[in-house]
Design a protein around this ligand. Structure first.
Ligand SMILES: Nc1ncnc2c1ncn2[C@@H]1O[C@H](COP(=O)(O)OP(=O)(O)O)[C@@H](O)[C@H]1O
Ligand SMILES: N[C@@H](CCOP(=O)(O)O)C(=O)O
Length: 317
């Protein structure tokens, strides 16, 4: 459960009164999924909404970038949930001392074991996103890009070995190899940077929602494909799912295209993505207070993926 900030019924009822046409509060439930922000499912007399209170890793100064991006994508027909504006036209509110937004609820479920057919449409959705970001001139550097991984590794230090012996040296060596081979000259665009299965809502093989844009930034475009591959092509423990990786790539390639140089770079981009998610998970694993209402994510599931990419250099051929 990710609920860091409790919202009282009285405060929420008052908050909803800032908006026209959203109705009166009927119920609000903390949402179990997610690790970054506090999310509530809010039902009113007229509709259903998501209430998000922005926590630790989200810098309030970045919220206009994220919300402008959502508006841009929604205007181009992508199934993303724009933030709702109050009657003064304000989307970013304050609630219980945190920045907060009321967000349109989208139907659909997130998958834990996608099939190849579902991966293909999800890959195509990323391709459509990369098409739709053209013309969006907002800018945000990746605060968890390749240059940020070594400082994070150093901050975790040999505490990593408390997760599994030898983890610090393993990641130190893998990161050195990734840094040396990083493809700095590939095309850059706005990317989602965290399009895991839990951030794609689906009904059958249809994508009904792309959510959680709070790591979106400008970075190497093919890195987005690599992030998706690391999170979709494996089960939650890190074992590969037959046919899913190739289907994801085929869906993306049909929708957007992938140059030879981008495809060649995917193994190093994927290993970089493994290191990025292993390190943020490890940091949270080592530093989340025992009483926090959040389910920590397993860093070692990303070590297994890293091992798999090392053993399968042909994965993207
Ligand atoms: N617009 C939305 N429509 C429907 N469900 C949503 C929406 N936004 C978030 N959710 C639900 O809330 C969960 C957590 O949201 P997410 O943005 O991923 O949180 P976090 O940023 O904390 O990871 C999602 O997995 C999904 O179940
Ligand atoms: N996707 C990342 C962490 C961010 O979690 P999310 O719930 O915001 O997608 C991971 O799984 O490590």
């Amino acid at each position: 459960m990710a609920v860091y900030t409790q919202v009282s019924a009285e405060a929420l009822a008052g908050f909803l009164r800032r908006y026209d046409g959203v109705g009166d509060l009927v119920s609000a439930k903390g949402i179990a999924e997610g690790v970054e922000n506090s999310n509530y499912l809010v039902d009113t007399t007229t509709d259903r909404f998501i209430l998000t209170l922005y926590e630790k890793r989200v810098d309030a100064g970045d919220l206009p970038f994220f919300l402008d991006l959502l508006d841009h994508l929604a205007a181009r027909g992508l199934p993303v949930p724009p933030a709702i504006r109050d009657r003064a036209g304000i989307a970013i509110q304050q609630l219980e001392g945190r920045p907060a937004c009321l967000i349109r609820f989208l139907n659909g479920v997130s998958l834990t074991q996608p099939t190849p057919a579902q991966a293909a449409t999800a890959g195509a959705a990323l391709g459509n996103l990369h098409t739709a970001v053209a013309g969006f001139d907002g800018d945000r550097a990746n605060c968890l890009g390749v240059g940020d991984w070594r400082p994070l590794l150093e901050r975790c230090g040999t505490d990593l070995d408390r997760i599994t012996p030898g983890l610090f040296s393993r990641i130190d060596a893998a990161l050195a190899a990734v840094e040396a081979a990083w493809p700095h000259t590939l095309p850059v665009s706005v990317i989602h940077a965290d399009l895991f299965p839990d951030n794609v809502l689906m009904l059958g093989a249809r994508v009904t929602g792309l959510i959680d844009f709070y790591f979106a930034c400008r970075d190497v475009r093919a890195y987005d494909v690599a992030v998706m591959h690391t999170s979709w092509a494996f089960d939650p423990l890190g074992a590969p799912l037959a046919g899913v990786g190739p289907a994801l790539l085929a869906g993306y390639t049909d929708a957007f295209g992938l140059s030879g140089a981008e495809r060649t770079a995917l193994p190093v981009l994927a290993k970089g993505a493994c290191i990025r998610f292993l390190l943020t998970r490890a940091w949270d694993w080592l530093n989340t207070p025992a009483d926090a209402l959040v389910t920590r994510k397993d860093p070692l599931a990303y070590l297994r993926r890293l091992d798999w990419y090392d053993a399968h250099p042909e994965a993207f051929a």
